[in-house]
Design a protein around this ligand. Structure first.
Ligand SMILES: [Cu+2]
Length: 152
């Protein structure tokens, strides 16, 4: 009889403990969902930050940071024939960088506290997309921007 009571009490304690762990886990998920939601919203709202090159210059230098889940600029416009140097640095975790339409640049690894430099000639006009090439969390599919090369 005593054993049955003990088993019942133990079972009850275990059930309550599991329930409490579940509740605290759910709270943590809700909190991180809130942070994630805000970040995803920011990732979608980044089209205000644009870089537009001076068309009278031959060389253009752009410093751009990457972070979850944005680049400093969500749109970069340069002119055909300009030599473009982009200095990339991550503000948090490793990210990547590539531009469709400019495969010769390759996929650049962007590390925190280190600069990755790419230099190329904007010899193809059009509207391209630059994007993160390293999975960097839920917002990774939104980690991109627009690369515009205008004819002179
Ligand atoms: Cu990224």
């Amino acid at each position: 009889m005593n054993r049955m009571i003990m088993a019942g009490v133990t079972g009850g304690i275990i059930t309550v403990a599991i329930f409490m762990v579940f509740i605290s886990m759910q709270q943590r998920i809700d909190e991180s969902d809130e942070i994630l939601g805000t970040r995803l919203q920011n990732a979608n709202e980044c089209y205000e930050d644009v870089f537009k090159a001076d068309s009278s210059k031959d060389t253009i230098e752009i410093t751009m940071h990457a972070y979850q889940w944005r680049f400093d600029y969500c749109s970069i416009t340069v002119y055909e024939g300009q030599t473009v140097t982009i200095m990339l640095e991550s503000l948090d975790i490793p990210h990547g960088f590539a531009i469709d339409g400019y495969p010769e640049i390759g996929s650049i690894h962007i590390s925190p506290n280190a600069q990755s430099v790419i230099k190329f000639t904007a010899d193809k006009t059009g509207i391209f997309t630059y994007f993160c090439t390293i999975f960097c969390g839920e917002g990774h599919p939104l980690h991109m921007g627009q690369f515009v090369v205008q004819s002179v």
